[in-house]
Every structure is written in C-alpha cells, then in structure tokens.
Write a protein that binds this ligand. Structure first.
Ligand code: GN1
Ligand code: MG
Length: 359
C-alpha cells in the first residue's frame, strides 16, 4: 500500500478506489484525482501547501463557512443538484475536513461529475463567468460568520511593495543587478498603485468577502458550457471587492500566457473585458458602491502590476514561493505581467467609457 492510499483511508467516505492520479493545475497545492468504482463518487485529494497556508484549521473553517452559506442559499432557492453547484469536503476520521499525517495536511473534496475546466475564455463564456463571480460575491455579501485572512495582506498592494523593497535590500541570491532597472520602473508607479489602501484608511472604500483567485480555471463548467460552480476557495477572505474583477481580467483578457516569453503576444483583449464586465456589473451592481464601480478600470491595471511585483519579489528572493519550471521562470513571468500592466494602463479611458454605457 502506498502512502497516498493510507491518506485516503483517513476519509471514510472515499470508497472502492481504482486509481489516484496527480493533476497539474495550480501553482500552490498538490492535487490528485481519486477515481472510484462506478456508482461511488470520485474525489479530489489535495495536499495543502502548509508553507503558504500557515493555519490550516482557519483555512478549512473559512471554506466551511462559505460553502455552507452558499449551499443553504441554493437549497432555499430550490436547487437540487447541490453537489455540482457548490463544493463539499469529505470529513476525515478525526471529525475535521482535513487530516494531518504528522508532516502534511490533506483534504478531499467531492469531484463534480461531468465537469470540465477551461483554460481560455471566449466573449460568451466570460460573460457567464462575470455573472457568476458577481453572484458569488452577492451571495456572500450578507454572510454573518467572520472570515479570517488565510494569507494576511494577500491583495494589499502596500504590503506587496514592501515585500519587494525587503527583497531588494536583502538581495539574498545576487539577482538584483539583473533587475534593478525594472525595479526602478516599477517603483515609479508604486504610490499611485497603492491608492486603494489609502481610500480604505480614509473610510471611503470598504472591504468585503471576495474569492481572491478569480480565473477561468477556478470555475467548473458542464459539457454544454454552463457554469456549475466556483472552486479553489483557499483565498476567500475580505479584500477590496474589485480584487475579483481585476484579477480575473489579468488572466482572461491577456492574449498571451502568464509567462509568455514573447511579449508581442501579451495584449489586452478588450472584447473579453467588455463581456466579463457586462456580466459582472449585471449581478454585482445591486451591492456595489459608486466608488467601487469607479475603481474597476484601476483594478484592471492593479492586478498585472501586483502580480509583476510578486513574481519579481520571488525571483529576487531565489524562487521560494512559486513553483518554477526553469531557473528564470519568475523573471519571465514578471516581464509578461509588466507588459500586460502597460497594455491595461493604455486602455484605461476606453474601459471607463464602456463601463459608463452599462451604468
Ligand atoms: C497562485 O492557486 P494558484 O496556483 O492558481 C497565487 C495567486 C496568483 C497565481 C498566479 C495563494 O494561484 O495569487 O495570482 O498563482 N495564489 C496564492 O498564477 O498565492
Ligand atoms: Mg489558488
């Protein structure tokens, strides 16, 4: 018996296992598909990255609050296909939704049957995804249970700039020389990009419960292309509401790859921007404040900027956070995200004009 099978045995609900296969999705956790015999549900088994999620009990408690809140809302609305519309985690034999093997933390979630993930979006699917993320935020806007930050200051731009400055000052692996001009360029916009934190301190901008990792690959679709549910709830916490909006467009409206080596491929896809924005505003405008709507174009520029800062910080630190596929990977990622940032800044007036037509 291999150790993965021993882990699986800790989750009594997983029965008649036929195979366990690693999945490659995600840069953070290790994920496996556990296939069982016909008639018993399949599961997604995950080894939680304990380096990043320091408090797994808090993490799983947040997820429990969110999924049970959504489950109740869906059930009250008459939804019958609940296990395909909201994630459900299996109970381990310790009565918790995770198991600690003395070294690593594990959890298992019911596999949503008949679901597929998409890596790219079309204008049609991004409209649906916009609607769904807006609806997700709207459903959580009246949640009474308090969520702790699973990763403190996760989307706090002031904090991300500070991490970059700390890395620059420490220069632990001698990579600074290569990137110092880029650091100087990034620094020029730092004050402007930290606006939201100032508005928050001035009491102008609230924080609300957000997903904080919105990308099309974090959404399950059925084979006909309808949205089933939102996955990867590790970072659901309170943040600026436009986090979800901006971070989605960072990946979806990039005509290139997140780590594209050819920067000519990296452009801002305005059609995707339009259809996602249309869907998002339709379902989220019922609770969005005017300042939150005003800041949507800013959010589109903020997330590629923040991601460039995070990748660059990790590069300077010697690749301690993100999994990399080759030595310069974080540097290549930085350049691609910074290029996308520049493209979004150039589109800011057009974004504003389009949003005005929707309000
Ligand atoms: C990480 O969950 P995953 O691997 O898709 C990261 C996000 C980044 C993303 C960049 C917890 O997401 O914030 O935007 O990589 N998640 C965490 O690809 O740091
Ligand atoms: Mg994630």
């Amino acid at each position: 018996m291999n150790s993965l099978n021993q882990i699986i045995e800790k989750f009594p609900e997983i029965k008649n296992v036929e195979s366990v296969k690693p999945l490659t999705a995600g840069l953070i956790n290790q994920t496996y598909l556990v296939t069982t015999q016909e008639g018993t549900p399949n599961f997604i088994l995950q080894c939680i990255n304990h380096n990043i999620f320091k408090n797994v009990d808090l993490l799983q408690n947040n997820i429990e609050c969110v999924t049970s809140h959504i489950r109740k809302k869906l059930a009250d609305a008459g939804e019958t296909d609940l296990d395909r519309k909201v994630l459900r985690f299996a109970m381990a034999d310790n009565g918790k939704t995770y198991y600690f093997d003395g070294e690593k933390y594990w959890r298992a979630c019911v596999f949503v049957e008949g679901s597929v993930t998409l890596d790219t979006v079309t204008p049609e699917s991004s409209y649906l995804v916009g609607l769904k993320f807006g609806e997700f935020e709207a459903m959580l806007s009246d949640m009474s249970c308090h969520l702790e930050e699973t990763i403190p200051d996760f989307h706090n731009m002031e904090f991300r700039i500070k991490q970059l400055r700390d890395a620059v000052n420490a220069n632990p692996v001698g990579r600074l020389d290569k990137v110092k001009d880029l650091v100087a360029e990034i620094e020029k916009d730092a004050n402007n990009m930290c606006r939201a934190e100032r508005y928050y301190r001035e009491g102008l901008l609230p924080k609300r419960i957000c997903h904080c990792d919105t990308k099309v690959s974090n959404m399950l679709f059925d084979k006909e292309g309808n949205v089933l549910c939102i996955i990867d709830l590790d970072t659901v916490m309170s943040s600026f509401i436009f986090s979800d909006y901006g971070d989605f467009l960072r990946s979806a409206a990039n005509t290139g790859q997140e780590d594209d080596k050819n920067l000519d491929n990296v452009k801002f896809n305005f059609e995707i921007f339009k259809s996602f924005t249309k869907g998002y505003i339709e379902s989220a405008r019922c609770f969005l404040l005017p300042i939150e709507i005003d800041l949507l174009p800013f959010a589109v520029t903020l997330f590629p900027y923040m991601q460039a800062v995070r990748f660059l910080t990790d590069y300077i630190n010697g690749d301690t956070y993100y999994q990399i596929k080759y030595p310069e990977h974080n540097y290549v990622r930085t350049l691609a995200q910074y290029k996308l940032y520049k493209e979004t800044v150039a589109a800011i007036d057009d974004m504003r004009s389009y949003i005005e037509t929707l309000i």
